[in-house]
Design a protein. Structure first.
Length: 159
């Protein structure tokens, strides 16, 4: 199975990069893992709603260009479906059983994802109604993907 994570914005803090690298290494036992980072667009705090929408559209076009062909797309969206770790494991397992060998997770920029990206997604997933820093969220996402593979392989990590 191939797992791709597309995210907007660079990881700036070393401790986040180290955590991401650790989970990437752990994931390599279970899947081919790749990540794509999209340059975030400048968005001042005083931007109007229409200017923010334009930022999301520009970032969205870059995201859409990076999605592998025939990939099952999971967009991380605060308005998405909240599921458990076990449910995520089951979803990944079922996709594999159904013949899907390529899954792409998308983490948007600080203003969220464009409607075009959300429309292109096969599934919209929310981890919480809370807001997380994007860099930390990437670590959380990778940990949950790793946990899903551990659950599916029957290993004790999940306990």
């Amino acid at each position: 199975m191939k797992i791709t994570v597309i995210s907007v914005g660079k990881i700036k803090e070393k401790f986040y990069s180290e955590a991401i690298n650790e989970y990437a290494k752990r994931l390599s036992k279970f899947c081919k893992f790749t990540e794509e980072t999209i340059q975030d667009e400048r968005a001042d705090e005083n931007f109007s709603d229409s200017e923010i929408e334009q930022v999301k559209i520009k970032e969205g076009l870059k995201i859409l260009a990076k999605i592998p062909k025939n990939s099952y797309v999971i967009a991380l969206d605060v308005k998405g479906t909240i599921i458990s770790s076990e449910d995520l494991a089951q979803k990944i397992n079922q996709l594999g059983i159904d013949g899907t060998s390529d899954i792409t997770f998308i983490i948007g920029g600080s203003n969220g994802l464009s409607n075009e990206v959300l429309t292109a997604a096969n599934f919209k997933l929310s981890f919480s109604k809370m807001t997380f820093p994007h860099q930390l969220f990437k670590v959380i996402l990778l940990e949950q993907i790793y946990r899903a593979f551990k659950i599916n392989s029957g290993e004790a990590y999940h306990k």
